[in-house]
Design a binder for this molecule. Sequence first.
Ligand code: F6R
Length: 254
Amino acid sequence: MFLVFPDSAAIAAHLSAHLQNIIRQEPNATLGLATGGTMEPVYARFVQDVRASGLDVSGINSFNLDEYVGLSAQHEQSYAYYMQQHLFSQLPFDPARLHLPNGLTTELEQHCKAYSAAIAASGGVALQLLGVGTNGHIGFNEPGTPFDSLTHVVALSERTRLDNSRFFDAMDEVPASAITMGIADILSAREIALVVTGEHKARTMLNYQDGGITPDLPFTALKQHANVQILLDEAAASLLDPSLCQRPVISYAA
Ligand code: F6R
């Protein structure tokens, strides 16, 4: 079942309320976080709501999905920089509890192993936030990635580099590889919220609806998970079978 909202602001309000409920129930919860354009309204709304409510976020642990290899946390296109800008610097989090893969590590293999182990050691992810690429990638798990993969280094596909080049001055500045949580790490979360917005993702969602479970479209791995919410705006849902789309009654101020 797909949950269809009027727009990305309504999705953000819904998810912000959900995140706050989780934190109220479990102040030391571990969250799995994503970057990208899709998540910007979600973090903006969460920051606004938590500032208004005064909810304590200092016990929250977080693990980000991915980071570019070769970019420092000070690089404006690194995911560490993105997280600082949109979330971490906006609320009184405990920086020691906030984790991203280190794009500058020289011990890539060891770092990846330790990252997956740290997620498990934190007690596991209570809620994993996910976006999806137009080619179906989650994190940077590109088509063909095995579903049993743990944190690993990936060469980015030309499609993904092209999609992300809008954030860089030139195509040749887009990194060629990244560290990403694996699909098995993602599936180990107790709950997953996949957010899909924009007309350019409509065909990707149609392929998800109509296709089977296949590494050719990595996010079809989510069909194997028992607790996934797929939250779409009208544009991303425009090609889906209406009988599979639910439109939740919105009970919060937009
Ligand atoms: C980002 C990530 C990626 C994005 C995906 C969609 O941490 O893991 O999988 O979620 O590329 O990106 P946007 O939201 O920019 O369309």
